[in-house]
Design a protein. Structure first.
Length: 768
């Protein structure tokens, strides 16, 4: 995401023009722009400035660009990062260089100590002891011996959101110990894996990972800003005995963002690494040899049961810095595409699901969201499919141009689609970001919507982890709408993609060639046609204002029959789809129109006539019927009677796999039988156990939404966990959950039992 906050709301000054001209000149190592800004008028200056800066250096994010130059009045947080804030600490150049050297030397000493412990077998003994401990004992040991460790990886973000102003910043320790938190380290084998991983790889390759929270720490004032000019860069090629860096004091621009950063940030990242490696060495020596207490109690769930966000977060503890798993990304994106296609099919086919989607957010925004979700993931799946020639991409300093270029294109495309997804957040209603009651969740979503510069300094994955935590607290009191849940899940998937792809740019052979590739692929992405996006845009434009007003009134008219309102809506909307389709979108339109509303027997004229009215359409008179017959008699085309038309084939997006239930005892025991305690209510755990009995694995997504994945059918389905205070009677719970399940799968029973269809199954279960 490239924010446009910095040039939208003010006119330029001569000082701004002079600074910008100097920026363009300093970027001549990348591109020779040859632009003269003196001739620009005030009206055209902001837009032209953005264009010229992007062309001059396509790798420069405008938020990052303002770090070292007082361009267009950057906020105080950006001034702190640049070291030109009024509160920046003056620093002697020799003292600053000495501090850099001391920290790199300390990191190397701790790393060599960790490697010696590995050679002596200490790490292996640590792993054996750790495996004998239960989760509660691990957590207790960590809290007792290291009280300064944060509770979770997002503790710094939570603290920043809760601090009222930048004048009362959070504790600086939260920004140094992001990886070292009790929630993650107490899980399974995470800490032994981290020790092994860190002993194997040079610290220079992991500096950015250790310092993910540093930008936010300096921005909010928790970490000291130093008045030091220039940039610091760290070469990727390091020997075991060196930790080299280059401090360019004369550099006032960041042309090499892949390998350079502001001095303040660079020094604090080294400080974070220093603390992390010292802690790792100390923890190995503190672990007691005799373990008593909670033996294997409350062990964590297997990796398959973790959410998308948590799986990506855990990769920080063991993922090699020079690998990108295309197979993982492809499976993630394919599942998201499958779910988005299924959601469109469900909203078109079932009135109750349609009503749940449109209530409170508006039909136009819902339609755009349904189509744009498919557009985003179908576009990404197309690219990930072309990259699947190899399971993993090994990135080296001499990477093959073709493979590396394809990876850069995939990364640029993924990042560009984040903005499209953020736009699908509800724009109004009680669940719009500005009206969400949870303050932290509301603030983060608003920052995303506004492309606020601070969001560029927080990894999107961490932003989504905080939103997920906060949404769970919201779900305990009220249920989030389907649209918001789906958009948040999509952002979580894109955040996981961003985390998987983030390291590739640091292995570019040189920044000039990398900038050229980025510029070329960005132009290609802009020129690429996206049929789903084109179709929904044209369809919404084809619906005139009067018809849109009538649709809105009809959608909100809860006094009329739901099925008829649902039917009228899609008939009117489909007319807009048909009128806007072209050769590029015709195939997609055919696929969408195959999913028709149930009992679609009302023609277009009746649908339009009944809009905005609670009264049913008037019956035609005998004279009107005679005229209609006479008109049809002169029509050369022979109409096919409705009964003579063949059945529509089920589209690819809505084909349902078959699951045989007769022998699935765990399913029936969980879904039908009451517990030995005589409970009259069906619990969420019962339903999860029932689905596990027919081959489903559960994966948390966002808030109270859980994704169930059937490996044998390569299909997913999302269910919402009921509120903790809600009590669902057995009959109602079976009906609701099984109805959702039978819409996605064919649950097959032997015919001699009289259960031939899903409807028969539902009736049998309800009568049980």
């Amino acid at each position: 995401m490239q924010p446009d906050y910095c040039i939208k709301h003010r006119s330029p000054t001569l000082k701004d023009k002079d600074i910008c001209q100097r920026l363009l000149v300093s970027a001549k190592g990348l591109v020779q722009p040859g632009y003269d800004l003196s001739s620009l008028s005030k009206a055209e200056y902001p837009e032209k400035l953005l264009q010229l800066l992007t062309e001059a250096s396509p790798t420069i994010d405008l938020a990052q660009l303002t770090l070292n130059v007082d361009l267009l009045r950057p906020p105080e947080g950006l001034r702190r990062l640049a070291g030109n804030s009024s509160k920046s600490l003056p620093q002697d150049r020799e003292q600053f260089r000495t501090a850099l050297v001391k920290r790199t030397d300390s990191i190397l000493r701790s790393w060599h100590s960790l490697r010696r412990l590995k050679r002596k077998g200490v790490l292996n003994r640590f792993q054996v002891i750790w495996a004998r401990m239960g989760m509660l004992e691990r957590r207790s040991w960590l809290q007792r011996n290291f009280p300064d460790l944060p509770q979770n990886a997002q503790a710094s973000i939570h603290a920043w959101l809760q601090s009222p102003t930048l004048e009362s910043p959070p504790n600086s320790k939260l920004f140094f110990y992001r990886l070292l938190n009790t929630e993650i380290l107490s899980r399974d084998n995470i800490l032994p894996e981290l020790l092994e991983f860190r002993a194997t790889h040079h610290p220079a390759y992991l500096r950015d990972l250790d310092g993910r929270s540093i930008y936010l720490g300096v921005y909010c004032g928790s970490l000291i800003s130093m008045a030091v000019t220039g940039t610091i860069s760290f070469p990727m090629e390091q020997s075991n005995d060196t930790y080299d860096f280059t401090w360019n004091e004369a550099e006032d621009l960041l042309p090499d963002l892949a390998q350079a950063e502001p001095p303040t940030v660079g020094l604090h990242k080294l400080g974070a690494q220093q603390k992390i490696y010292e802690w790792l060495v100390e923890s190995v020596q503190l672990l007691p040899k005799a373990i008593v207490g909670y033996h294997n109690e409350l062990c964590c769930d297997p990796a398959n049961d973790l959410s998308v966000l948590m799986r990506s977060q855990l990769s920080d503890y063991h993922k090699p810095h020079d690998r990108v798993s295309i197979t993982y990304l492809h499976s993630l994106l394919t599942a998201a595409l499958d779910e988005s296609l299924f959601d469109l099919a469900q909203v078109r086919k079932y009135p109750d699901i349609w009503q749940e989607w449109v209530q409170g957010t508006g039909w136009e925004h819902v339609c755009r969201t349904l189509f744009m979700r498919i557009d985003v993931f179908s576009t990404l799946v197309t690219h990930s499919t072309s990259l699947q020639q190899e399971e993993r991409y090994e990135i080296t300093l001499k990477a093959n141009n073709t493979r590396f270029r394809a990876l850069v294109a995939f990364c640029c495309l993924s990042n560009s689609l984040i903005t499209d997804t953020v736009r699908q957040l509800p724009s109004h209603g009680r669940w719009s970001p500005s009206k969400i009651k949870n303050e932290s969740m509301s603030k983060l979503l608003q920052l995303l919507q506004k492309c606020d510069p601070v969001v560029d300094f927080i990894p999107l994955l961490d932003v989504m982890m905080v939103i997920d935590d906060e949404s769970k607290s919201c779900a305990s009191t009220q249920r989030m709408p389907q649209q918001l849940t789906r958009v948040l899940h999509d952002l979580a998937v894109l955040a996981a993609c961003e985390r998987e792809l983030e390291t590739h740019c640091r292995f570019a052979e040189d920044i000039a060639s990398y900038a050229k590739i980025v510029k070329e692929v960005t132009e290609e992405i802009s020129a690429t046609k996206r049929p789903w996006k084109m179709l929904i845009g044209a369809a919404l434009n084809a619906i005139d204002a009067e018809t849109a007003h009538k649709l809105t009134a009809d959608v909100c008219n809860k006094t009329s029959d739901l099925a008829k309102r649902h039917q009228r809506f899609w008939m009117v909307f489909d007319k807009g789809l048909k009128g806007s389709a072209d050769t590029t979108t015709q195939n997609i339109l055919d696929e969408v129109l195959k999913i028709a509303p149930e009992n679609s027997s009302v023609d277009d004229e009746q649908a339009f006539a009944s809009l905005n009215s609670a009264e049913p359409p008037a019956e035609p008179t005998q004279t009107q019927l005679n005229r209609s017959k006479h008109h049809r008699g002169h029509n050369r085309r022979t109409e096919v009677p409705q009964t003579a038309r063949g059945p529509r084939k089920a589209p690819e997006m809505s084909r349902r796999p078959t699951i045989t239930l007769f022998t699935q005892l765990q399913f029936w025991n969980s879904i039908l039988a009451k517990s030995s305690e005589g409970r009259s209510h069906l619990k969420w755990t019962d339903f999860c156990a029932a689905l596990a009995g027919i081959g489903f694995k559960i994966r948390p997504t966002i808030g109270a939404a859980y994704q169930f994945y059937a490996e044998c059918h390569q299909r997913t389905i999302v269910f919402h966990k009921p509120h903790p205070k809600a009590s669902l009677p057995h009959t109602k719970a079976r009906r609701e959950w099984l109805d959702r399940l039978t819409r996605r799968f064919i649950l097959q029973m032997p015919e001699d039992l009289g259960v031939r269809t899903n409807d028969d199954l539902m009736k049998s279960v309800e009568n049980f």
